[in-house]
Design a protein around this ligand. Structure first.
Ligand code: GLC
Length: 537
């Protein structure tokens, strides 16, 4: 039974697919749309409600598709528009919604808009990007830095001006203050909405509009920025990030989505350490981004105290009536099972599936995939090549489907674009699907339980109070049912006092399920449980 009184995306579980790495149907070693289609039965079996597919558009692949050369087509490496339509129809046939990546901040240098813009200072599209004369000393116009290291300005010798790029020089930033850019990019959204997509994940949502005067950023006194630091972390991003003018833009974008039938949804990528800045993207009337991604669990060390701070900080900052989102990892972050340790993978999954808010599972996390190191010589990620140590290749390794030589990712004689994990023969979907005690089986049962249990799907979040070091607990409460979620984030046993009497509904260790508990709840090492109140009807 699905919980129906809420919007579909509130009770949904989203699954992120990095298309290069998921499933390769044509044997070139790179995943594709037909590959995704061939694995839809798996996703339906797992029970996910929606997939978000990272970019598959034509692109020179300087940033593996986040440098888009044509927003309204499919890169031949991934297939064709007809393949996309077939995938969409097949997903919808299994009641799986499809979200695509919307990359508004920048295009590729090869996008015809930029080619025209760069052609001359008088080009009709010159102002579609941010071009500026050099500073008086001949250097870049201001002190902004690229997220991927180095200045955020690239000198163009032909027209003797700099252009702005917050990421690679191959990713020039669009100028959203130009109404023609906004109109063209809204048309891009219409193109996919008209094709039937259920919504968008918005790439770097808060960067799209910058200070119109392009003022210098001040230094960051604490250098406590999020993510992988470098020069980026040494500035306070007052003028190139989270500009107040973004809000009007997202209100219009929301109106565009809401003008379509079928509850189309926007999920914004919102990396900001400040809870209030993040929460502002819901909009004062909750009329902006439906679900701004919240990455606080990915920034936190995996300790009970930090997890509690993240969860309760997000819950506290969430505007009244707004709907949270949760994520443990994605294609830009080290794998959860590497960060927290394999023994904690199930604890993390149980937390993700029991928090209030839409969870997004990064492909492979449901089988506990870990980072696969790639040596400097074979690094593919441009960030790694510009700033060694920051590379994202390890978390993008091919999906581990089965114990065949290429783990079922590609054909036997193909060379996967990134190396397969050495443990793929034992850690894979086929093996774990047959093992009732596997992480995959637990994930599947958690997804099912979340769907059918009102307290877990849409119930309120209620704090539990202090718990012993290394443990964390919270409550989820709906009209006719309530649960306690209790987690041990350490490898030592712990006992949590004051737990409502009830029975273990699900746990990382199946042997506990059905057990009557109450009062002092003993948790073994790396164990987490959901206890349903006795009084629950
Ligand atoms: C987002 C994407 C990341 C990409 C960057 C630039 O952060 O998730 O993969 O490199 O934007 O588009």
């Amino acid at each position: 039974m699905k919980v129906t009184q809420h919007r579909w995306w509130q009770s949904a579980v989203v699954y992120e697919i990095y298309p290069r790495s998921f499933a390769d149907a044509n044997g070139d070693g790179i995943g594709d749309l037909a590959g995704i289609r061939s694995r839809l039965d798996y996703l339906a079996w797992l029970g996910v409600d929606a997939i978000w597919i990272a970019p598959f558009y034509p692109s020179p692949m300087a940033d593996f598709g986040y440098d888009v050369a044509d927003y309204t087509d499919v890169h031949p490496m991934f297939g064709t528009l007809a393949d996309f339509d077939a995938l969409l129809a097949a997903a919808h046939g299994r009641e799986i919604r499809v979200l695509v990546d919307y990359v508004p901040n920048h295009t590729s240098v090869e996008h015809p808009w930029f080619v025209e813009s760069r052609a001359s200072r008088d080009s009709a599209k010159r102002d579609w990007y941010t071009w500026r004369d050099p500073a008086p000393d001949g250097g870049p116009p201001n002190n902004w830095v690229s997220m991927f290291a180095g200045p955020a300005w690239q000198w163009d010798e032909a027209t003797r001006q700099y252009y702005l790029h917050m990421f690679l020089p191959e990713q020039p930033d669009l100028n959203w203050r130009n109404p023609e850019v906004r109109a063209a990019m809204f048309d891009v959204a219409r193109f996919w909405l008209d094709r039937g997509v259920d919504g968008f994940r918005i790439d770097v949502a808060p960067m799209v509009m910058k200070d119109p005067e392009l003022r210098d950023n001040p230094p960051n006194p604490s250098a406590a920025e999020v993510g992988r630091l470098g020069a980026w972390g040494r500035q306070l991003h007052l003028h190139d990030h989270a500009h107040p003018d973004m809000h009007e833009l997202y209100r219009s974008f929301r109106q565009l989505l809401d003008s379509y039938p079928g509850e189309r949804v926007s999920i914004g990528e919102l990396h900001h350490p400040d809870f209030d800045v993040w929460a502002a993207y819901y909009g004062e009337r909750q009329d902006e981004i439906h679900v701004p991604f919240n990455f606080h669990l990915t920034y936190s060390p995996w300790t009970a105290a930090a997890v509690r701070r993240a969860v309760e900080g997000v819950e506290g900052a969430l505007p009244e009536g707004a709907w949270a989102s949760w994520v443990l990892g994605n294609h830009d972050q080290p794998r959860f099972a590497s960060r927290a340790g394999r023994a904690q993978a199930a604890v993390g999954m149980l937390l993700l599936m029991t928090l209030r808010g839409t969870p997004t599972v990064y492909y492979g996390d449901e089988i506990g995939m870990v980072d696969v190191p790639v040596d400097a010589e074979h690094a593919r990620d441009p960030w790694e090549r510009r700033e060694p140590g920051n590379g994202r290749d390890p978390e993008r390794s091919p999906m581990q489907w089965d114990a065949s030589p290429q783990a079922g990712f590609t054909t036997a004689d193909a060379v996967p674009w990134l190396p397969l994990a050495p443990d793929a023969a034992s850690v894979n979907v086929a093996a774990q699907a047959e093992d009732p005690d596997s992480l995959l089986s637990l994930t599947r049962r958690l997804v099912e339980l979340r769907r059918s249990h009102p307290a877990l799907a849409v119930g309120d979040f209620v704090t539990f109070g202090e718990t012993p070091d290394g443990s964390y607990a919270f409550r989820r409460v709906a009209a006719a049912s309530a649960v306690t979620v209790a987690l041990n984030l350490t490898g030592a046993p712990v006992t949590i006092p004051g737990v409502e009497s009830g029975r273990v509904l699900i746990g990382t260790h199946r042997s506990r399920e059905g057990e009557a508990v109450g009062g002092a709840l003993a948790l073994g090492p790396n164990e987490a449980v959901v206890v349903e109140d006795e009084s629950a009807g």
